[in-house]
Design a protein around this ligand. Sequence first.
Ligand code: ACO
Length: 321
Amino acid sequence: MQIIGTGSALPEKVVSNDMLAGFLDTSDEWITSRTGIATRRLLSNDNLGDLAIAAARQAVASSGVDCNDIDYIICSNVANNYVTPSLSTIIQGGIGDECSCPCMDLNGACAGFIYAIDIAEALLKTDRAKHILIVCAEEPSKFCNWHQRETSVLFGDGAGAVVVTGGDGLLARRVTAKSQKDVLYYKRPLETTPYDRSTENAEPLVMHGRDVFRMAVQGSLADINALLTESGLKPDDIDFYLLHQANMRIIKSIREGLGQEEQKFPCNLQRYGNTSSASIPILIDELTTEGRLKDGALLMLSAFGAGFVTGAALLRWGKAA
Ligand code: ACO
């Protein structure tokens, strides 16, 4: 597998910590020191489907592949307005009238991009597809209770996309899950029926921050070290660590666990907050646009999220031959 095109799209609305402090009992000082987040982009007049399509179009255009030659679309999304049809089919309609490939949504929470890479690699290896569009589109701000400061300050909305094709860029990968429902969940409302005796109620995002913090750091370090061992590499051999942009203190703990310098951990969390599974592909698109990813560079991707799921991928950057 090799990434041959990238794209991203963020909502227009920029929301600063001071703006949140206008209606929540919080402060710029608390949010910045505990999370590293200064601003986030939130959907306002725009909608997630349009963001996802914009990111997808950019990725397809930069790959040089005709949209009719995309033969699978995988969309990573936790939740959006449409429970059905899938967001991937909505994206398909937005990239070209003639595009008629299979479409699939997956919910790998914040690790959804790594899960999508894992599935894309399998489809490419078994000749089920030649060009796959992966779009991660998320609106986690819509899961939060905006009267609660514990979660609403953390998130931002956005979309990131890549086009992948066959190649030798994916050196190793690992995805894990360990059922752990209570530390991080969002229960959306469903219609009731005359027969429904369930006592389950919808509930905005609930997060036990300290448990998530511990599981994220442990899980990410375990994944990264496993891939390094499998590949016969040391932490120093990696050019960039592209981590899920959840929280600057989580990233710092992982960085210190690997004994690596800050410059190897590019971040966009300060500007965008936690955009769930979109955070890594948005970061990849930014680094590509800035020309910071040189051919041959070794990239370690690592993400973690509700489930509890984790995933990591070791990539050698460069266009397929
Ligand atoms: N503003 C001001 N005060 C706040 C806020 C806020 N936004 N949120 C919580 N507080 C208060 C709490 O009420 C508490 O007050 P108390 O001591 O009077 O009870 C105090 O700050 C400390 O709260 P803690 O939850 O203990 O703060 P902590 O230092 O653990 O930081 C945080 C909270 C940032 C959520 C941390 O636990 C964390 O980073 N967890 C990881 C969670 C995460 O990143 N999740 C991302 C989403 S999931 C994912 O992407 C996988």
